[in-house]
Design a protein around this ligand. Structure first.
Ligand SMILES: C[S@@+](CC[C@H](N)C(=O)[O-])C[C@H]1O[C@@H](n2cnc3c(N)ncnc32)[C@H](O)[C@@H]1O
Length: 203
């Protein structure tokens, strides 16, 4: 099965599902935009249908939004008005061959718990960021979700669940620090089930 098959199948439904907590979403946007300048070159991976990219693009020089699901990107490309500095690409972050220290901001929103090797993804974000650049993440904490962990292999075998990585807040903070990041914003909305972090590559 294609690795994006699950996401391709649910793309239409995902595009029409409402934001679960508007206030938390707005705060994440504000905390992120506080680190953006008109010179910022940003890349978002796992951008889904691009709603957040469209909001942020006006605040930066360039915004490249990527997702490995072509169905998600197809929907993203239909959105209007489309800022001129925003591009959508079908791509997996770890296969993009980005240059070292070529970006000011990397965003991975609701995605680190979905990648097979979160440590490698975090290391890749660190590599491609310029000194002082920011890695903005919002991550579902699945570490204590034992029932989900038990049924995940079956759900994945029949295509009803995506790949899931099970870790908690402390694990994720440690992965960020081990990669070399300094954590600037650390917030657990959604009754503690989500960890929003803004981490900086030290100058
Ligand atoms: C839960 S959605 C989040 C979408 C968007 N970031 C948001 O916050 O609404 C996860 C997205 O990540 C994409 N995705 C999952 N695993 C990925 C991977 N290994 N590489 C690139 N994209 C991935 C999926 O296709 C999906 O669009």
């Amino acid at each position: 099965m294609h690795k994006a098959a699950f996401w391709n199948r649910i793309a239409e439904k995902y595009a029409s599902s409402p934001i679960s907590d508007e206030a938390a979403y707005k705060r994440k946007l504000e905390l992120t935009q506080a680190r953006m300048t008109p010179e910022t070159q940003a890349l978002e991976f796992g951008c889904g249908t691009g709603s957040t990219a469209l909001i942020h693009a006006d605040h930066v020089k360039s915004y490249r939004a990527t997702d490995f699901s072509d169905a998600m990107i197809e929907i993203a490309r239909t959105k209007e008005p489309m800022p001129e500095n925003l591009t959508f690409d079908v791509a997996a972050f770890d296969e993009m061959a980005l240059d070292d220290e070529s970006l000011d901001m990397v965003l991975g929103l609701s995605i680190l718990h979905l990648v097979p090797d979160p440590r490698a993804t975090i290391a890749e974000a660190f590599r491609v960021l310029r000194l002082g650049g920011h890695f903005v993440t919002s991550t579902a904490l699945l570490g204590r979700m034992w029932p989900l962990k038990l049924i995940a292999p079956l759900g994945q075998a029949i295509g009803r669940l995506p790949h899931l990585s099970f870790f908690g807040a402390e694990d994720l903070r440690a992965m960020m620090r081990d990669a070399g990041f300094e954590i600037e914003e650390d917030w657990q909305p959604d009754a503690g089930r989500t960890l929003f972090l803004i981490a900086q590559k030290p100058v």
